[in-house]
Structures are given as C-alpha cells and as structure tokens.
Design a protein around this ligand. Structure first.
Ligand code: NIG
Ligand code: FE
Length: 459
C-alpha cells in the first residue's frame, strides 16, 4: 500500500540540496529536476551518510531510522531523517500537498508511506539472466535420481542451454531476457550482473554479450556484464581443453574487448570444468584487456578457485558451497568478496554455504541469486534473503546488508548504490505494512513488496 496524498506546484522544478553534507536538515533551493518527498515511513532501512564494504561483524550493523522521511531529487537521494526533524520547508510541502490534493500537472510528489518499511533495492551481483528456453526436463530427471554432474556428463546442463541458445535469434533472446528483468525489477532488483557462458562459440558468446549490452542501454536497472566463455567445454573440445582455452583467449577476448562488451572475466573453476591453473590463465588474459575477475569457485569441490581469485585480486569468488578452514583463512585475509548463492544450493539439494563461519571469520560476503536455468531458475532476491536467514543462519540485518550494500560492491557500484545515502541513486523498495523488518525473511514466499522505485521513478 502506498498513498500519494497530493502534488504541489510552487517553485516548479525547484532543486533542494543539503546545505552541508553532515547535516540532514537544511536545504538550499536551486532549479532543475522534479523531486519526491516520502514521509511517515515506518522505518528507513540501511540509511547511511557514507558507505564502505562490510566485513565480518560489520554486516550485523544495519542503520535504520524509525518514523522517517526521505527526499529524492531527480534520480538521486538528497537527504533523509526522522519526522521529528523534518525541515520546515519540507513540512510545508506536505501541508500544501494536502490542501492541493490531486491537482493536475507534472509537479513534484509527496508520498505518505505510513506503515511501510523503505529499503535500498536489491543488488544481485551474480546471474545468468540471458538464456534460451528452460530445463525443467532435467529438473524432473534430478527428482528421479540423476545428479547435476551426471546430467552435465551426458551432454545436458550447460551444453543443453548452449544448444538452445545457438538456435535462438538475438531478438528472441533479448525479448526473453527483458521479460525476466522486468519481473525482477518488480520484485525489487535495482542492479544486476549478467554473465555470458551459454554461447561457447565466438558468435554465441558475442550474441549473449550484445543482448546484455542492449539490456544495459534500455533498462533503468544498473547492469554489469561478465564474459564466461569458460563455463564448460563445447563437445567438440571435450578432449582438447587447450584448444578451447586458446579460442577464448585469442578469438573471443579480443573482439569482446574491442566492442567493450564485458566488465568482468569469469571462469567456472570446478573439477571436470576448468582447473585452478586454467582459471588463472584465462583470468590473466581477461585482465590484460582490463576485465577484472569474478570467479565461480568451490561449488561442487575444493577447486582452488578461491586461492586463484584472491591471488589475482578478484572482485568476488562466488558459490562457496564447499569450503575448508584453509580456504576460509585465504578469503578472510583478502579484499575479495565471497558471494553466496543459497537458491542454487537449495535447488541442487546441496549443503548450504557456511555463511556463519565466513562472517565469524571476518570475510566480506554478498548474497546473489545465480538466476539460471540449471541450478537456480529464480532470480527472486526476497527468496535469497529469506533462505539465507532460514538455512544459513544469517541474521536479517546481515542478509539485508549482504543483498544490498555488499552486492553493490561486488559489482563495483558501492559508491552509487546499495544503501540509502545522500548522492546515491534513488533505488528504493517499499514493503507492504509489516510488523517488523525480520518479518520480511520470516514470512518467506509472501509477496511483501508493495512498490519499487528505480532512479527516482516508480516501476
Ligand atoms: O552458477 N555452475 C555453473 N554455472 C551455473 C549453472 C549453469 C547451468 O546449469 O546452466 C551456476 O550454478
Ligand atoms: Fe553462476
């Protein structure tokens, strides 16, 4: 529920900005964009005057303001505070909006968010959102007893998606991906990383990355692209791993770099896929074109991927279902983020990632959906947060920080997204009236998102 109580028109286009960055209460007027004042907010969540990547115990500290207001100017957060300290000029806006209720025109809006919690939109830092069709037939095979590795070994899994992708046109691929992205936007995702990796040929990988580029250009969601040519070996290179790696490095990467199609280089570092040495070679090649590594590591085995990632200064190492003490020690002594993907563990009936051990050791962790047709056919970050609390014993505060601020840092977007901070982009979630913040992961499966704002505009 969200009530727009009125629209006001004086000072059309007036621009307000904090008089001093330390104060949340004084505004100066200038001219330019439209603004939105949201008031009576039951609780403003993850509201910080500054932000940094959170590690270990810091994850449990989630700054919130009860009975709050937030002021949005254009596509950015201008300021916020408790209702008891609402500046007089903003109070005046509320009063006038009530008097002029429902005028017409394109004025600035004043919104009563009574009973609602307002959070930063989710930052989903690991997905495979671009894919063709689906793989529910393998899902049924798994119910009948086959393992994920067995399905891959008989030419299913990633290769199944690669065949489907090969047959799909760029337009149909874009349309499918666009629908998924729109669904996620309504579920509260405001930033997302998307990987290639179902092409496995020069044309196929370029097709996927061009679709991601088009999504970037057309969506209000902030998007980062990762090149994952090293997702698996195409069947014709089953016995010629060096040949495929050569193709990735010498045929795919130069074009991708020339067309600026990727921000990151990713490798599926896993037994039966790419080993640690191959992962390092491919990542170094990507790095020579300016692509920083974000690596699939330790999903099914202790693959050495975490060690390679840390050694190369990867932005993140992702999955981490299979960890031991040494690997946790390597991660905690690094600037690399550990990205946990609980819905993938859930869907594959694997042990969940050891979030408690990682947090208690002092690691910086993020949460992401891994949205893909094989191991996580859902990109719903509300479910990711709930599952992290239910199955990985993360506290709601930790899960929310990991799915917002640290997710933003895992896409190098921490300076502009992930928390409610003056100067950051206005990507906001409005919950339906709920009794407490913990109710969000507790009542998993309920649709508790009332409205989503991306870049100052309601979705
Ligand atoms: O992150 N594990 C590797 N890649 C994906 C799954 C890809 C697929 O099965 O299509 C993942 O889980
Ligand atoms: Fe993945």
């Amino acid at each position: 529920m969200l009530t727009k109580v009125g629209i006001f028109f004086s000072n059309p286009g007036a621009k307000f900005s904090p008089a001093s960055s330390a104060s949340a209460t004084h505004f100066q007027v200038s001219y330019g964009m439209s603004s939105r004042l949201i008031y009576n907010i039951r609780q403003l969540v993850n509201a910080r005057m500054e932000s940094h990547l959170l590690r270990g115990a810091e994850l449990n500290s989630l700054p919130c303001i009860d009975n709050a207001w937030i002021f949005i100017e254009g596509d950015q957060i201008a300021d916020f505070g408790p209702m008891s300290e609402l500046p007089a000029d903003l109070l005046d806006r509320i009063t006038r909006s009530r008097q002029n209720a429902w005028g017409s025109g394109t004025g600035d809006t004043v919104i009563d968010a009574a009973g609602q919690f307002v959070l930063p939109a989710w930052c989903d830092s690991h997905t495979h959102l671009v894919f063709a069709g689906s793989r529910e037939e393998e899902f049924v095979d798994k119910i009948r007893g086959l393992s994920y590795a067995e399905i891959n070994a008989r030419g299913g899994g990633i290769l199944n998606s690669a065949r489907k992708l090969g047959a799909a046109s760029e337009d149909s691929l874009f349309n499918e991906a666009w629908k998924r992205l729109e669904e996620l936007r309504r579920l509260g995702t405001g930033a997302i990383e998307i990987k290639s990796g179902y092409g496995l040929t020069v044309e196929g990988e370029l097709k996927m990355l061009r679709v991601i580029k088009k999504l970037k250009e057309r969506s209000s969601v902030s998007i980062k692209a990762s090149f994952l040519g090293a997702h698996t070996y195409p069947s014709e290179y089953k016995d010629d791993h060096a040949g495929y790696i050569d193709k990735i490095i010498n045929e795919m990467l130069p074009v991708i770099a020339r067309e600026r199609l990727a921000d990151y280089i990713d490798v599926f570092c896993e037994k039966g896929f790419f080993d640690a040495a191959e992962t390092e070679t491919i990542c170094r090649a990507g790095m020579s074109y300016g692509l920083k590594p974000k690596i699939h590591a330790n999903q099914l085995n202790l693959s050495g991927g975490v060690q390679v990632g840390v050694k190369l200064g990867a932005i993140s190492v992702d999955h981490l279902e299979t960890m031991d003490e040494d690997t946790i020690a390597v991660l905690k002594n690094s600037n690399t983020i550990g990205t946990l993907l609980p819905t993938a563990a859930f869907f594959l009936r694997m042990p969940f990632q050891p979030a408690r051990l990682l947090i208690d050791a002092g690691c910086a962790i993020a949460l992401a959906s891994d949205f893909n047709p094989g191991s996580s056919p859902s990109g719903n970050m509300n479910l990711v947060v709930a599952m992290s609390c239910i199955q990985m014993k993360m506290l709601p505060e930790e899960a929310i920080n990991a799915a917002t601020l640290n997710g933003a840092y895992a896409m190098e977007l921490g300076d502009s997204l992930g928390s409610l901070t003056p100067g950051k982009r206005a990507n906001l979630l409005f919950t339906r009236p709920i009794p407490s913040l913990a109710y969000l992961p507790y009542a998993f499966g309920s649709d508790l998102i009332d409205k989503v704002m991306i870049g100052g505009e309601f979705v």
